[in-house]
Design a protein around this ligand. Structure first.
Ligand SMILES: [Zn+2]
Length: 149
């Protein structure tokens, strides 16, 4: 399936044009095949990640975009909220982030990137985890930064 106008592959250091969109993510054919076949080669990193981050005891999460996720998680851990943990990472950039912000605007805390954890957001996170079971590897996030739900 050849598509035009979907830009570059979402995989870091990949300079190929995307040829298709899988679960909302633009990928080149080679990387789509690698991901589809369960990462027989070492994992590559997503170029940019839309992150879903929460904090201990919080009933809300932050949805943002980063191309340097560990420094971002450290920064998000440096407030009174405590240590940040990532619920899932979605390959994509600011356009994906804006789309999610629109989808979940009913749960949004005005003027922030914080969203109340709603059934819709929880379902969305579950869908992402199913679509990208290796999201943590692809985002470059070790177990110490991952949160359950
Ligand atoms: Zn690629």
């Amino acid at each position: 399936m050849q598509m035009t106008g979907i830009g570059y592959c979402a995989i870091r250091k990949c300079d190929r044009r995307a040829t298709e969109v899988v679960a909302g993510i633009a990928l080149c054919r080679q990387d789509r095949e690698l991901l589809e076949h369960g990462l027989k080669t070492p994992p590559k990193l997503f170029r940019e990640v839309v992150y879903y981050v929460t904090w201990p005891g919080a009933d809300y999460l932050k949805i943002g975009t980063s191309s340097a996720i560990i420094p971002r998680l450290r920064a998000l851990s440096s407030t009174a909220r405590g240590r940040a943990c990532m619920l899932v990472g979605e390959p994509g950039s600011f356009s994906v982030e804006r789309k999610r912000h629109r989808e979940f605007k009913m749960s949004r805390r005005l003027g922030t990137e914080l969203f109340q954890l709603s059934p819709q957001i929880t379902e969305h996170i579950d869908r992402l985890r199913s679509a990208w079971p290796t999201w943590a590897e692809l985002a470059g996030v070790g177990p110490e930064w991952q949160g359950g739900q």
